[in-house]
Write a protein that binds this ligand. Sequence first.
Ligand SMILES: [Fe+2]
Length: 203
Amino acid sequence: MSTIFDELLSGVKSLLAGFGEEAARSFAADVNWAMPARELAPRGLPCLVHLLRLAEIAGDSARPLARMLADSCRDFHWGQTYTAADFGQDFIDNYGWLEVFGTRGHFANDRIAGGFLVLGPGIEYPDHHHVAEELYIPLASGTEWRRGGDDWRVRAAGEVVHHASNVSHAMRTGAEPLLAFYLWRGGPLAARSTVTGTIGQGT
Ligand SMILES: [Fe+2]
């Protein structure tokens, strides 16, 4: 019998198949979709309140998945890597991720991790880096992203953002929240990022 978790995984597979960029195809080709399910207790977070709005503003190709996340978010196990001591309580109340597959997600995969990041409006995720190579696909438009020493750049829904190993990156939202799909490979998949930035840096 198909579960809400199977629906989540097949939604992610379809989403990823829709991106023709080389980096997206390379990551997608690395995923063996026959992953064993992992039993995880549901865990909610304050940031989930933004999913209703995200289901409205998500790009066309991601909207069904965003709506499913909004409808079923309480069934999933959401996580946070940071605490209020890192970036403040406002960040913690407006930040969270859902690992669909990986070393701790709803499906077990020790080679590549994939999932969703939620940020509320008016939030900055400061400069950080990690060993794993990363792909981000924002599913809603209007957020700003920074990579390496570059300036902030507005990214549209469906743009593929690639972060090579240990390249510093940061994101910040404006009036709207962000839902982004991410993939990690080639490093410790549950590693905590090294944070080098502070909120407001470079503004
Ligand atoms: Fe990252």
